[in-house]
Design a protein around this ligand. Structure first.
Ligand SMILES: [Zn+2]
Ligand SMILES: [Zn+2]
Length: 288
């Protein structure tokens, strides 16, 4: 028996973490991603035990099959400055703590930037940060490092880079978030079967396919290999509908929830139309 790949979206949780569940339901999302605190600040949101309880109850009554948190964008686990490095660690620990409170599957993290020095130069720093995070974070929510488009020395442009991190830290809680836009802009032609297979072979060799935990489903405004991270609505970018059919038809990925982080038709973020488009492509793939 095969289960249908969950399709959902990043939704707002403003007004209380539990409000995200109804926003997901309004999109007919089968999975959601939320911020556990404001993405552009270090400030922590104080989620009360009652707020977590409300979230858990709402989720239990919903048809959501996966819940992910996205860590704020500020942490850089490779930061040279000790104070900023400590702040980065603390921020990720907080996100994992919120994930644990909400009963979420895990936290997606942009690992940071090596600022052009290459992964080897920053690997000890990144590994030490992850070890500290794992010691301090309660529960067993996963920490999924997101692949990057590669501009500005962002860590995780290749699975080879992610593999170096995985080999440096031994923890079963480390996972990978595959962002389709970042992969495509980063030089993996996942819009076509050969490019997808090449990426999966590298992913399997470097981190193991079982470590793939979640997909960010975004089309790409920028061309293949541009290394530029600009999300586009499903079917309107360079990956295109045919590219997403190929992604959805890839057996190795079909257990992973797909979360939209697209601009939306009205520019206000993931919307019903993008969820509908992705579900329609999924149905087309399943019936052929
Ligand atoms: Zn993403
Ligand atoms: Zn992105």
């Amino acid at each position: 028996m095969t289960t249908i790949q969950p399709i959902g979206a990043h939704v707002s949780s403003s007004g209380g973490i539990w409000t995200a569940v109804e926003r997901g339901a309004a999109l007919e999302a089968e999975a959601i991603q939320i911020f556990g605190s404001a993405p552009q600040t270090w400030r922590k949101t104080n989620h009360t035990p009652a707020a977590f309880e409300r979230f858990r109850l709402a989720r239990a009554e919903s048809s959501l099959r996966a819940v992910w948190l996205h860590c704020p964008y500020l942490p850089n686990l490779a930061h040279e400055d000790d104070e900023m490095w400590e702040k980065s660690i603390d921020c990720v620990v907080n996100a994992l703590t919120v994930a644990d409170g909400a009963g979420a599957d895990g936290v997606v993290l942009h690992t940071g930037s090596h600022r052009g020095k290459g992964i080897d130069a920053v690997l000890p720093r990144v590994a030490a940060a992850i070890e500290r995070i794992m010691e301090a974070a309660p529960g067993n929510a996963l920490l999924a490092l997101e692949n990057a488009a590669g501009q500005g020395g962002t860590i995780g442009k290749s699975f080879e880079e992610l593999g170096a991190i995985f080999r440096a830290v031994a923890t079963p809680r480390l996972a990978v978030c595959l962002d389709t836009c970042h992969a495509y802009a980063g030089g993996y032609d996942i819009a076509h079967p050969e490019g997808m297979q090449a990426m999966l072979e590298e992913a399997d060799r470097e981190v193991g396919l079982d470590r793939l935990a979640v997909i960010h489903a975004n089309d790409s405004k920028m061309e293949f290999g541009s290394t530029r991270d600009r999300h586009e609505n499903i079917g309107d970018g360079h990956i295109g509908s045919e590219g997403f059919r190929n992604i959805l038809a890839t057996p190795e990925l079909q257990r992973l929830p797909m979360l939209l982080e697209v601009p939306g038709l009205d520019g206000k973020g993931p919307d019903f139309e993008n969820v509908r488009r992705l579900k329609q492509l999924r149905d087309e793939v399943r019936t052929t």
